[in-house]
Design a protein around this ligand. Sequence first.
Ligand SMILES: Nc1ncnc2c1ncn2[C@@H]1O[C@H](COP(=O)(O)OP(=O)(O)O)[C@@H](O)[C@H]1O
Ligand SMILES: [Mg+2]
Length: 213
Amino acid sequence: MAVILTVAQQKGGAGKTTLVAQLAAAFAAGRRVAVLDIDPQRSLARWHARRQQALDAAAAGITFAEAAGWRLAGEIDRLKAGHDIVLIDSPPHAETEARLAVRAADLVLVPVQPSPLDLWATQPTLDLARAEKRAARLVLNRMPARGRLADLARDEIARGTDPALAATLGNRTAFAAAMAEGLGVTEAEPRSLAAEEVRALAEEIRQLAGNRL
Ligand SMILES: Nc1ncnc2c1ncn2[C@@H]1O[C@H](COP(=O)(O)OP(=O)(O)O)[C@@H](O)[C@H]1O
Ligand SMILES: [Mg+2]
């Protein structure tokens, strides 16, 4: 049975779709990966469509599905059976679908930019994960390597109850550039810092999943 990772965050623009696509591409080197888009904006769907054009179907190597409403739970079960990992991109509000996606998750990832306002805005998502008794981890996105903002973000997180992953993503145009081609940075620019960051994130998640991934 697949490990289910739900990427959730009520704030739009935090990096949900970026995180799902980059992790999916990284895990696709060696694992059977499915991505499920439940955001009506369908940006992950666009990325995957571009991927199918850029690579042949076999090389694309990532199953794509989208679902809404009553079909969602069944779709998650279907994907779970044939894959090692299912990554779910959720819509930017905590309505029924986001709640179902959090409920199904082995781990909820909450991307957040290192600013106090953005960190405070994660609370409803973290509360949702807690209400559903799911483990949640913040993922610092667009993180400066050092400096006051990075320190403040780490202090703020240390005061809360939900830890952040040690691996972070910097503010790098490489992420968007790879996605424009239907790729992840680990595929488009495997020697870049961006790719190193994504591999470190994937490895940390793999360790959290124990021997399941
Ligand atoms: N680490 C990053 N570095 C640079 N740009 C980023 C980064 N993360 C996200 N972005 C950009 O920010 C915008 C919002 O990201 P997106 O993944 O679409 O967020 P969400 O899905 O949460 O709305 C996109 O233009 C994306 O390319
Ligand atoms: Mg999105």
